[in-house]
Design a protein around this ligand. Structure first.
Ligand SMILES: [Zn+2]
Length: 250
Protein backbone atom coordinates (compact mmCIF):
# COMPACT_ATOMS: atom_id res chain seq x y z
CA UNK A 1 0.00 0.00 0.00
CA UNK A 2 2.79 2.37 0.99
CA UNK A 3 4.67 1.53 -2.22
CA UNK A 4 1.51 2.14 -4.25
CA UNK A 5 0.94 5.60 -2.74
CA UNK A 6 4.63 6.49 -3.16
CA UNK A 7 4.55 5.23 -6.75
CA UNK A 8 1.44 7.29 -7.56
CA UNK A 9 2.99 10.41 -6.02
CA UNK A 10 6.14 9.62 -8.00
CA UNK A 11 4.10 9.49 -11.22
CA UNK A 12 2.74 12.97 -10.45
CA UNK A 13 6.26 14.21 -9.64
CA UNK A 14 7.47 12.68 -12.91
CA UNK A 15 4.74 14.59 -14.79
CA UNK A 16 6.22 17.80 -13.35
CA UNK A 17 9.74 16.75 -14.36
CA UNK A 18 8.78 16.19 -18.04
CA UNK A 19 8.46 19.94 -18.86
CA UNK A 20 11.57 20.73 -16.79
CA UNK A 21 13.59 18.26 -18.90
CA UNK A 22 12.04 19.54 -22.13
CA UNK A 23 12.77 23.17 -21.14
CA UNK A 24 16.45 22.27 -20.64
CA UNK A 25 16.73 20.33 -23.89
CA UNK A 26 14.99 23.02 -25.95
CA UNK A 27 16.68 25.81 -23.96
CA UNK A 28 13.26 27.39 -23.55
CA UNK A 29 11.68 29.05 -20.50
CA UNK A 30 9.80 26.55 -18.29
CA UNK A 31 6.65 28.67 -18.51
CA UNK A 32 6.48 28.47 -22.30
CA UNK A 33 6.99 24.69 -22.20
CA UNK A 34 4.27 24.32 -19.55
CA UNK A 35 1.82 26.14 -21.83
CA UNK A 36 2.26 23.44 -24.48
CA UNK A 37 1.33 19.74 -24.47
CA UNK A 38 4.30 17.64 -23.23
CA UNK A 39 4.83 15.91 -26.59
CA UNK A 40 4.22 18.72 -29.11
CA UNK A 41 3.55 22.44 -29.48
CA UNK A 42 -0.27 22.34 -29.29
CA UNK A 43 -1.76 24.28 -26.34
CA UNK A 44 -1.96 22.24 -23.13
CA UNK A 45 -5.37 20.79 -22.16
CA UNK A 46 -6.55 20.05 -18.59
CA UNK A 47 -6.37 16.27 -19.14
CA UNK A 48 -2.69 16.61 -20.10
CA UNK A 49 -1.78 17.30 -16.47
CA UNK A 50 -2.61 13.71 -15.52
CA UNK A 51 0.54 11.56 -15.48
CA UNK A 52 0.73 8.97 -18.31
CA UNK A 53 -2.61 10.18 -19.73
CA UNK A 54 -1.05 12.90 -21.91
CA UNK A 55 0.22 10.12 -24.20
CA UNK A 56 -1.76 7.03 -23.13
CA UNK A 57 -5.09 8.80 -23.80
CA UNK A 58 -4.21 9.24 -27.46
CA UNK A 59 -2.08 6.07 -27.92
CA UNK A 60 1.25 7.85 -27.94
CA UNK A 61 0.71 10.62 -30.45
CA UNK A 62 -1.03 13.97 -30.29
CA UNK A 63 -4.61 13.70 -31.57
CA UNK A 64 -4.43 17.16 -33.13
CA UNK A 65 -1.00 17.35 -34.79
CA UNK A 66 -0.16 13.60 -34.76
CA UNK A 67 3.35 14.16 -33.41
CA UNK A 68 4.45 10.97 -31.57
CA UNK A 69 5.34 11.32 -27.89
CA UNK A 70 8.55 9.31 -28.28
CA UNK A 71 9.96 6.76 -25.85
CA UNK A 72 12.32 9.28 -24.20
CA UNK A 73 9.72 11.50 -22.50
CA UNK A 74 7.35 8.60 -21.82
CA UNK A 75 10.05 6.98 -19.65
CA UNK A 76 10.32 9.93 -17.22
CA UNK A 77 7.14 9.21 -15.22
CA UNK A 78 7.68 5.43 -14.73
CA UNK A 79 11.35 5.97 -13.79
CA UNK A 80 10.43 8.67 -11.26
CA UNK A 81 7.59 6.54 -9.85
CA UNK A 82 9.92 3.54 -9.37
CA UNK A 83 12.58 5.76 -7.77
CA UNK A 84 10.05 7.32 -5.37
CA UNK A 85 8.57 3.94 -4.38
CA UNK A 86 12.07 2.53 -3.78
CA UNK A 87 13.14 5.60 -1.79
CA UNK A 88 10.06 5.54 0.45
CA UNK A 89 10.47 1.79 0.99
CA UNK A 90 14.16 2.01 1.87
CA UNK A 91 14.42 5.31 3.77
CA UNK A 92 11.05 4.85 5.51
CA UNK A 93 9.55 7.18 8.10
CA UNK A 94 12.50 9.49 8.67
CA UNK A 95 12.68 13.27 8.25
CA UNK A 96 15.51 12.86 5.72
CA UNK A 97 13.00 11.14 3.38
CA UNK A 98 12.12 14.53 1.80
CA UNK A 99 15.77 15.21 0.99
CA UNK A 100 16.21 11.79 -0.66
CA UNK A 101 13.04 12.27 -2.75
CA UNK A 102 14.47 15.65 -3.79
CA UNK A 103 17.79 14.03 -4.72
CA UNK A 104 16.25 11.26 -6.85
CA UNK A 105 13.99 13.79 -8.65
CA UNK A 106 16.90 16.14 -9.41
CA UNK A 107 19.04 13.24 -10.63
CA UNK A 108 16.23 12.00 -12.90
CA UNK A 109 16.13 15.44 -14.58
CA UNK A 110 19.92 15.62 -14.87
CA UNK A 111 20.20 12.06 -16.26
CA UNK A 112 17.59 12.62 -18.97
CA UNK A 113 19.10 15.98 -19.96
CA UNK A 114 22.64 14.52 -20.04
CA UNK A 115 21.55 11.48 -22.08
CA UNK A 116 20.28 13.63 -24.91
CA UNK A 117 22.42 16.79 -24.72
CA UNK A 118 25.68 15.77 -22.94
CA UNK A 119 25.15 18.68 -20.56
CA UNK A 120 24.46 18.94 -16.83
CA UNK A 121 23.01 22.46 -16.61
CA UNK A 122 23.80 24.72 -13.65
CA UNK A 123 20.16 25.85 -13.68
CA UNK A 124 19.32 22.37 -12.28
CA UNK A 125 22.59 21.52 -10.51
CA UNK A 126 22.87 24.62 -8.32
CA UNK A 127 19.37 24.51 -6.78
CA UNK A 128 19.70 20.71 -6.70
CA UNK A 129 22.78 20.87 -4.49
CA UNK A 130 21.73 23.87 -2.34
CA UNK A 131 18.16 22.71 -1.58
CA UNK A 132 19.39 19.11 -1.23
CA UNK A 133 21.94 20.13 1.39
CA UNK A 134 19.39 22.23 3.33
CA UNK A 135 16.78 19.43 3.29
CA UNK A 136 19.36 16.82 4.31
CA UNK A 137 20.71 19.00 7.14
CA UNK A 138 17.20 19.80 8.41
CA UNK A 139 16.12 16.16 8.19
CA UNK A 140 19.29 14.94 9.91
CA UNK A 141 18.73 17.45 12.72
CA UNK A 142 15.12 16.31 13.28
CA UNK A 143 16.18 12.63 13.07
CA UNK A 144 18.89 13.21 15.68
CA UNK A 145 21.60 12.30 13.17
CA UNK A 146 23.20 15.70 12.63
CA UNK A 147 26.48 14.06 13.64
CA UNK A 148 26.47 12.19 10.32
CA UNK A 149 26.42 15.42 8.30
CA UNK A 150 30.17 16.21 8.41
CA UNK A 151 30.94 12.78 6.90
CA UNK A 152 28.31 13.43 4.19
CA UNK A 153 29.86 16.82 3.38
CA UNK A 154 33.38 15.40 3.34
CA UNK A 155 32.22 12.57 1.04
CA UNK A 156 30.62 15.07 -1.35
CA UNK A 157 33.81 17.13 -1.51
CA UNK A 158 35.91 13.96 -1.81
CA UNK A 159 33.88 12.62 -4.74
CA UNK A 160 34.13 16.05 -6.47
CA UNK A 161 37.90 16.24 -6.03
CA UNK A 162 38.26 12.64 -7.27
CA UNK A 163 36.58 13.68 -10.55
CA UNK A 164 38.22 17.12 -10.76
CA UNK A 165 41.61 15.66 -11.67
CA UNK A 166 40.38 13.55 -14.64
CA UNK A 167 38.07 16.44 -15.65
CA UNK A 168 41.05 18.79 -15.90
CA UNK A 169 43.27 16.22 -17.63
CA UNK A 170 40.91 14.56 -20.12
CA UNK A 171 39.01 17.56 -21.55
CA UNK A 172 35.66 16.11 -22.51
CA UNK A 173 35.02 12.62 -21.21
CA UNK A 174 34.40 13.93 -17.69
CA UNK A 175 33.19 17.52 -17.51
CA UNK A 176 32.80 20.16 -14.80
CA UNK A 177 29.09 19.29 -14.65
CA UNK A 178 30.08 15.79 -13.51
CA UNK A 179 32.30 17.34 -10.80
CA UNK A 180 29.31 19.32 -9.48
CA UNK A 181 27.02 16.29 -9.76
CA UNK A 182 29.59 14.37 -7.68
CA UNK A 183 29.08 16.89 -4.86
CA UNK A 184 25.33 16.10 -4.77
CA UNK A 185 25.80 12.33 -5.06
CA UNK A 186 28.69 12.28 -2.57
CA UNK A 187 26.58 14.16 -0.04
CA UNK A 188 23.67 11.71 -0.16
CA UNK A 189 25.76 8.54 -0.38
CA UNK A 190 28.14 9.81 2.31
CA UNK A 191 25.22 10.24 4.71
CA UNK A 192 25.27 6.42 4.83
CA UNK A 193 29.04 6.35 5.37
CA UNK A 194 31.98 7.26 3.13
CA UNK A 195 32.22 3.63 2.00
CA UNK A 196 28.86 4.14 0.25
CA UNK A 197 30.36 7.06 -1.71
CA UNK A 198 33.34 4.92 -2.74
CA UNK A 199 30.90 2.21 -3.88
CA UNK A 200 28.97 4.86 -5.88
CA UNK A 201 32.14 6.09 -7.59
CA UNK A 202 33.41 2.60 -8.43
CA UNK A 203 29.92 1.50 -9.51
CA UNK A 204 29.56 4.53 -11.80
CA UNK A 205 32.85 3.81 -13.58
CA UNK A 206 32.11 0.07 -13.85
CA UNK A 207 28.63 0.69 -15.30
CA UNK A 208 29.93 3.25 -17.79
CA UNK A 209 32.73 0.87 -18.81
CA UNK A 210 30.42 -2.12 -19.19
CA UNK A 211 27.85 -0.22 -21.26
CA UNK A 212 30.62 1.36 -23.33
CA UNK A 213 32.15 -2.04 -24.16
CA UNK A 214 28.70 -3.44 -24.96
CA UNK A 215 27.83 -0.55 -27.31
CA UNK A 216 31.24 -0.86 -28.99
CA UNK A 217 30.69 -4.61 -29.48
CA UNK A 218 27.25 -3.93 -30.95
CA UNK A 219 28.84 -1.23 -33.16
CA UNK A 220 26.39 1.35 -31.84
CA UNK A 221 29.27 3.72 -31.05
CA UNK A 222 32.86 4.09 -32.26
CA UNK A 223 36.00 4.52 -30.16
CA UNK A 224 35.87 8.26 -30.82
CA UNK A 225 32.40 8.72 -29.31
CA UNK A 226 31.99 9.31 -25.65
CA UNK A 227 29.03 8.47 -23.48
CA UNK A 228 27.40 10.95 -21.12
CA UNK A 229 28.87 10.04 -17.72
CA UNK A 230 26.16 11.62 -15.50
CA UNK A 231 23.51 8.87 -15.80
CA UNK A 232 26.11 6.23 -14.84
CA UNK A 233 27.18 8.25 -11.79
CA UNK A 234 23.52 8.56 -10.81
CA UNK A 235 22.89 4.82 -11.28
CA UNK A 236 26.04 4.01 -9.29
CA UNK A 237 24.91 6.26 -6.42
CA UNK A 238 21.35 4.90 -6.39
CA UNK A 239 22.65 1.32 -6.28
CA UNK A 240 25.17 2.14 -3.54
CA UNK A 241 22.41 3.72 -1.40
CA UNK A 242 20.10 0.73 -2.00
CA UNK A 243 22.91 -1.62 -0.94
CA UNK A 244 23.72 0.43 2.19
CA UNK A 245 20.09 0.77 3.30
CA UNK A 246 19.09 -2.81 2.44
CA UNK A 247 21.91 -4.20 4.61
CA UNK A 248 21.09 -1.68 7.38
CA UNK A 249 17.38 -2.59 7.39
CA UNK A 250 17.89 -6.36 7.38
ZN1 LIG B 1 -0.03 18.35 -30.93
Amino acid sequence: MLYLVAGLLGLCAGRLLVPLIRAELERAPVRSVMARRPNCDCPVRPADYAPLWWWAGSRGSCSRCNRPAGVFYRLVEPVTAAAWAGTVGLVGAQWVLASFLWMVSVTVVLSFVDLRSYRLPNRVLVPGVVVGLLLLAGGALLDGRIGDLPEALASGLGYSVALLIPALLTRGAIGMGDVKLALLLGLFTGYHGWETTVAALVGGFLLAGAVGVLLLALRRITRHDHLPFGPFMVAGAWLAIVRALASFNS
